[in-house]
Design a protein around this ligand. Structure first.
Ligand code: ATP
Ligand code: MG
Length: 438
């Protein structure tokens, strides 16, 4: 019957007595089923296969001093041919003793199984355990030893060595798998980050094109708006020019009161044009400032400081600041929004109002920041309410009707919302909701 080749394991004998080396050689180098020892072993413990353990062949080397043994173990490990097991004598004058040797052996190769051999009670188990730590890689063998015991020990420890190396390999594989998985996750992370950046870029581009669209709408509205005052300014100026030309030609001056009226109308027209240009400039100014985290309360305060009430105004301003999260916005743009709303509120107060009041409040709604600008002025009639955010929609004689459309453009540009609630005769509330800065 052909036996499968038995695995070879290396054993090192460290003992100052050369005759011991030979004893170990004899006991361990024999191959399976060739010695009477094996026959005895089989008789005692059953056939190797039946015992479930591997049958090993051993290559036995020896060293006669601790230091030499440590060096051999170190070199064997370095060369990838490590020893599985070392039998170490306790007393090895003049060099280091077996316990110290064992400590150094484990520094050289932490898998190495060690059998400490002692003839005398040189050390108690407790002392050894104290010096080397309670250790599963260590057995103590009393001399003179029993040959079968030595063989059994060698086989058992070789198998233990195999198992511990296997489990270590598995641990390493596991660590590698974890590292690979971590790397995968990091790659996924990076991909997600990239996607988020792409998305942000896309959104910025979209915002930009929406802005351009808004500008386009504004420009066409502006052209419309300008054309009527421009028309009558130019008509009136022409009228004046003709009158003055006639006068220069020696004819009498037409009705001077009528000419003065034409002059006044022309100036009114240019005032109106100036207003429109100013508002559009404001709109344009909002652009270049960088978007950043902004505290809405600070911005409201800035707007309040800039909102001039007419001298002698009786309008009372009430500020109620509750905690509000920071938002992503352009400070200048937001200030412009609050300024427009405060101005509208002030303009909505009838002259004879007994107690005109504007209330400005900030607070948190869900995760968003909320700002309310409330007045107890005229309110807005239903017929106007649906149009007030349209550019150039105004009910005021000198108004440009751009204020609220500017507010709407700015707030939606920051990802927020502006809404209005109004009761004619009672007052109006504008609400601005801005998402929390992430
Ligand atoms: N707080 C308010 N109370 C009553 N009506 C308001 C209020 N805010 C706005 N409105 C109405 O909405 C219209 C549009 O307001 P918007 O601010 O856009 O333009 P405007 O105030 O008329 O002109 P501008 O702001 O250019 O001076 C106003 O003409 C007014 O009729
Ligand atoms: Mg206004």
């Amino acid at each position: 019957m052909s036996m499968p080749a038995s695995p070879r394991r290396r054993i090192l004998i460290i003992d100052d007595n050369p005759s011991i080396h030979q004893d170990f050689q004899k006991i361990l180098s024999t191959t399976a089923a060739t010695t009477s020892l094996d026959a005895l072993e089989t008789a005692l413990f059953g056939a190797p296969q039946a015992r479930g353990g591997a049958t090993y062949s051993f290559d036995v080397d020896s060293a006669s001093q601790g230091a030499e043994g440590v060096e051999r173990v170190r070199q064997a490990a370095r060369e990838g041919q490590p020893y599985a097991l070392a039998f170490v004598d306790i007393r090895m004058p003049p060099g280091i003793d077996g316990v110290e040797t064992t400590a150094q052996l484990w520094q050289a190769d932490e898998d190495l199984q060690v059998v400490l051999c002692s003839a005398y009670a040189d050390y108690s188990w407790e002392e050894v355990a104290q010096r080397l730590g309670v250790n599963q890689r260590l057995l103590i063998l009393r001399k003179p030893f029993d040959n079968i015991e030595v063989r059994q020990m060698a086989h058992a420890l070789a198998q233990k060595w195999d198992l511990s190396r296997q489990s270590r390999r598995r641990e390493e594989e596991l660590a590698q798998a974890v590292a690979a998985r971590t790397q995968e996750l990091q790659a996924t992370n990076a991909r997600l980050r990239q996607e988020m950046e792409d998305r942000a870029r896309l959104e910025a581009r979209l915002a930009q094109s929406q802005r351009l669209e808004a500008m386009g709408r504004l420009a066409s509205g502006m052209a419309n708006e300008i054309s009527s005052p421009l028309g009558f300014v130019s008509t009136n100026l022409n009228h004046l020019r003709l009158a003055l030309e006639k006068r220069t030609a020696g004819q009498p001056l037409e009705d001077p009161a009528e000419l003065l009226e034409a002059c006044r109308d022309a100036i009114l027209g240019t005032d109106r044009l100036k207003r429109i240009v100013q508002d559009v400039k404001l709109f344009a100014r909002v652009g270049p400032q960088p978007i950043m985290t902004v505290d809405v309360r600070k911005v409201v305060e800035q707007a309040l400081a800039r909102a001039e009430l007419p001298p002698g105004s009786r309008v009372q301003r009430v500020v109620e600041f509750q905690e509000a999260p920071p938002v992503m916005a352009r400070e200048e743009g937001l200030t412009q929004v609050f300024l427009n709303l405060i101005t509208n509120a002030a303009q909505a107060m009838p002259e004879n109002h007994p107690e005109p009041r504007i209330r400005i409040a900030t607070r948190t709604q869900g995760t968003d920041a909320l700002v309310e600008i409330q007045d107890n002025g005229s309110g807005i009639d239903a017929e106007h309410l649906g149009h007030i955010f349209e550019p150039f929609y105004t009910t005021k004689p000198g108004g440009s009707g751009l204020g609220l459309s500017i507010c709407h453009g700015i707030i939606t540009g920051f990802g927020g919302e502006i809404s209005v609630d109004s009761t004619p005769g009672k007052g109006t509330t504008f609400r601005i909701r801005l998402p929390r800065a992430s």
